[in-house]
Design a protein around this ligand. Structure first.
Ligand code: ADP
Length: 594
């Protein structure tokens, strides 16, 4: 947490106190040093002056001349500024200079005192600092023996007022105090600036860290700081960069995994060591009838809700190796489950792959059904052929008219076998996309009408009324005419087959939508029971084998494939005993396609 305003104030107050204490100490010490030095220097100079005077000219010739003595002392006082006195060997004042008269202090004017020097003045101490009773000023008293004196003039007293020194000292003290205060203020300002800068960097660091936490990985600190703070911000930016790169790397990895899992057709679940679903892809969610958000975080058993699937995982967990199992989940649902343990450091867990085998099984069943249907369809004509051949061998050859009848029936069986094989071949080719469509612009009349007309002779033979009513105003269609004619022929052929004599069949066409024409083939035949109607387009589907006249059950399956490959649809409506209508839609030719 960066310093708050209160925290900063406290910190400034503490710094100020410390600085004030340090500066006061510095000022006191400096003053003491200065005072000591200047005082001793003052004393040294005074002593030197006094010594020069004491060692000066001989007093002896004028020792009894009070005026001459006084004149000399006054002269010296004028030079040195010190009050001077000569003492005899007993310490009594023999002569003294006039007392100084500082104008500034009238109280100092004590001429009488100067005229009559104090008899009690001491002469013993060499150097004493005390108040001069004559001037009333703090002064330095120096008493020295006179070099060439006499008993009357034995010592010289040098009394130098310390006013000048004290004034200088007071001035210097003030200067030192002022400088200390200035330096203190300067240091305080620098310290506050430094603290503020540090606080600002900390605020930025906190702010950027917060932004990174909320996902703004590119957030960085713009700092011109040098020194430790600069190092810290640079280290922080480096760390943020590393973090961003690492997170981006992880995100890329996760995206790749996510994409792979989402495009996989197989169901995939990633489980933790304890069997919690960490990830589930949409295919697995669909297979298990759940959704990703519900499943994630729940236990595998809760998600699959099937003890058999859970058991496969439990086996894998116990044995530590891949387990594979195929399960039948419902009446028509098959699932293969593969559980593989992955053991990478702390990231241990399991990958579960669920493969929906339902479609594969259904295809297998369709293939099996197809084979059994084909064998069944082949078995009937082959059995007939065998029976006819056996009959011929067993004696029918001896009866030529019967033999010819049998041979005719064998012809019929061979024809139906041939038709079956041809239709099968056709269906397989169409279903595998091996029959290319030759799309052309054609009129509905030529295609649908042409297909119907092929059956006119058969319809006439059965006394069926075949009507083709197709308006010439209808737009042209874009189809493979041969294939579509084949479909129409097939539908009309069925109508002829399933309509009793005297019935009628009609082929007509209308515009269905902007893009399609609908062609209908209706009859007044036996109709199709509602239960069978949805299945008549399946391969080999025949309604009631007894009523069919040798069909293979493949015609409508082939028709459906051809119509669908044109982008159209085919369907039927029917009422048993009343008749059926088959509809098919065909694409209208547009100028763009031309
Ligand atoms: P098939 O070659 O046996 O005719 P299709 O696939 O053409 O086979 O027809 C499947 C079945 O649909 C036929 O067996 C028949 O029972 C029924 N069916 C088809 N068309 C008609 C129709 N117009 N009227 C009544 N039943 C029909």
């Amino acid at each position: 947490m960066y310093p708050t305003v209160g925290g900063r104030r406290r910190s400034i107050a503490v710094t100020s106190l410390i600085l004030a204490a340090i500066m006061t100490l510095c000022a006191v010490l400096t003053n003491r040093l200065l005072t000591g030095y200047l005082t001793s220097e003052f004393e040294r100079q005074a002593r030197e002056q006094a010594a020069i005077m004491a060692a000066g000219p001989s007093f002896r010739p004028i020792q009894n001349d009070a005026d001459a003595l006084k004149a000399l002392l006054n002269e010296w006082q004028a030079i040195s500024g010190a009050r001077l006195a000569l003492l005899d060997s007993t310490g009594r004042v023999t002569a003294a200079s006039d007392a100084p008269r500082p104008e500034s202090d009238p109280s100092n004017a004590r001429p009488e005192a100067a005229a009559a020097p104090a008899a009690h003045e001491e002469a013993d101490a060499d150097l004493v600092q005390r108040v001069d009773p004559v001037t009333g000023q703090e002064s330095l008293f120096i008493t020295l023996p006179v070099a060439e004196g006499s008993p009357a003039v034995a010592r010289l007293r040098f009394v130098l007022p310390m006013t000048g020194l004290n004034e200088r000292l007071a001035l210097l003290r003030n200067e030192v105090r002022g400088l200390a205060a200035l330096a203190g203020l300067l240091l305080l300002t620098l310290s506050i600036l430094h603290q503020e800068r540090t606080a600002q960097t900390i605020r930025q660091l906190t702010d950027v860290a917060d932004r990174i936490t909320t996902g703004e990985l590119s957030a960085r600190i713009l700092s011109l700081n040098t020194g430790d703070m600069g190092k810290l911000t640079r280290a922080f930016n480096r760390m943020a960069g590393e973090l961003e790169r690492e997170i981006q790397k992880q995100e890329r990895g996760r995206d790749r995994l996510y994409t792979v899992m989402h495009v996989m057709a197989d169901g995939v679940l990633i489980l933790t060591r304890k069997g919690k679903v960490r990830m589930i892809n949409p295919a697995a969610a669909a297979l298990l009838h759940t959704n990703e958000s519900t499943a994630e975080g729940r236990s595998f058993i809760q998600v699959v809700r099937d003890h058999r699937i859970a058991e496969v995982w439990q086996r894998c967990q116990e044995r530590g190796e891949q387990e594979v199992a195929a399960l039948e989940l419902g009446p028509d649902r098959f699932l293969r489950i593969i559980v593989t343990p992955f053991l990478r450091g702390a990231d241990r867990g399991y990958v579960v792959i669920l493969q929906d085998l339902t479609r594969m099984r259904r295809l297998q069943t369709v293939r099996q059904d197809f084979v059994s249907n084909v064998s069944h369809e082949l078995r009937t004509p082959l059995a007939s052929l065998r029976a006819l051949a056996d009959t011929l061998r067993d004696g029918a050859l001896d009866d030529p008219p019967a033999a010819i009848r049998f041979l005719d029936r064998m012809d019929v069986e061979v024809d139906s076998l041939t038709q079956l094989v041809e239709e099968l071949f056709e269906l397989v080719r169409i279903e595998s996309g091996q029959v290319p469509l030759h799309l052309r612009r054609a009129s509905v009349g030529s295609v649908a009408g042409g297909g119907a007309e092929r059956l006119r002779a058969q319809a006439d033979r059965k006394e069926l009324k075949l009507t083709v009513a197709i308006s010439e105003d209808l737009p042209d269609i874009l189809v493979d005419p041969d294939r579509v004619q084949q479909v129409i022929t097939n539908l009309v052929h069925n109508a002829v087959k399933f309509t009793p004599p005297k019935g009628s069949i009609s082929v007509s066409a209308q515009r269905h939508t902007d893009e399609f024409i609908v062609v209908s083939v209706s009859d007044t035949g036996i109709g199709i029971p509602p239960d069978d109607l949805p299945r008549i387009f399946e391969r080999f589907y025949k309604i009631d084998r007894a009523r069919t006249s040798g069909g293979t059950g493949l015609g409508l399956a082939i028709a459906k494939h051809i119509v669908q490959s044109h982008g159209g649809a085919i369907w039927a409506e029917s009422m048993p005993e009343r008749g059926s209508i088959f509809y098919l839609t065909l694409p209208i030719f547009t100028s763009e396609e031309g």
